[in-house]
Design a protein around this ligand. Structure first.
Ligand code: MN
Length: 251
């Protein structure tokens, strides 16, 4: 497995309110914070810290508890950020997305998500979005009021229906799916998915080198305008070709 992370403030904003968590073994998460002053940064970092602390026990958990542990960890992150937001005037109104994957290495991926950051799976040259955008326009799309194309450029597409740290009750999307050694997983903030279409992401994914692919995704977001902070975690389930060569040389 090869994991490459990228985060960039973009070309318009001064702060980077996105945050990335890589917690060995095998917890990967992106959070995209929002709020006045520097509170968006505080929200995303605090949420990932709380989430990371609450998922430390996963190593010891039997598989039937994993789902519960993940949902509980997201709820702990929610309570943590909410508590900060209500106890400090500077943090009023802050919040964050949180999209995380747990890969215990048994061919199974566990995924939990709140907000509009995204998880994609790239398999057999096909890109599939697995996370549900908790946005106003996604709800309109689900109701059949607008098309995917209209949703992608809708002026109110950034309005979130739920986020971490805003309300006590949240509904966590949590799914379990199987993965193969040929799959790639992409977790990203909307600074990527808003600037780069799914078709463009799929085309960039044709690049076999994981590091170059991740760089190309970031650069595409910047070249397309870079209007928001851009963060991504690209997880290649296959061993890197480089490592395979090194092994054969040693033999
Ligand atoms: Mn964003």
């Amino acid at each position: 497995m090869l994991v490459v992370t990228k985060t960039h403030p973009g070309l318009v904003r001064e702060n980077n309110e996105d945050a990335i968590l890589v917690q060995e073994p095998y917890i990967y998460a992106v959070a995209d914070g929002m709020g006045g002053h520097a509170s968006g940064e505080i929200a995303s970092r605090s949420a990932l810290k709380a989430f990371g602390a609450a998922t430390h026990s996963l190593r010891r958990d039997s598989s039937e508890h994993i789902r519960d542990t993940l949902i509980e960890a997201v709820k702990k992150a929610n309570n943590h950020v909410l508590k900060m937001a209500v106890s400090n005037d500077e943090y009023t109104g802050m919040g964050t997305t949180l999209t995380a994957v747990y890969l215990p290495g048994n061919g199974t991926a566990y995924f939990c998500h709140v907000g509009d950051s995204r998880l994609y799976i790239y398999r057999d040259n096909t890109l599939e979005k697995r996370s549900h955008d908790h946005t106003y326009v996604e709800d309109l799309k689900d109701k059949g009021c607008i098309t995917s194309e209209e949703a992608a450029i809708h002026p109110e597409r950034h309005i979130l229906m739920q986020a971490i740290g805003v309300e006590e009750n949240i509904h966590v999307q949590c799914e379990i799916f199987s993965i193969t050694p040929n799959d790639r997983l992409l977790i990203c903030s909307d600074g990527l998915s808003d600037m780069v279409t799914d078709a463009e992401i799929a085309e960039i994914m044709l690049e076999a080198d994981t590091e170059i692919c991740a760089t190309n995704l970031l650069e595409k977001a910047l070249n397309n305008g870079g209007r928001d902070n851009v963060s991504l975690i690209l997880i290649d389930m296959a061993q890197s070709p480089k490592k395979a060569e090194e092994v054969s040389e040693n033999v």
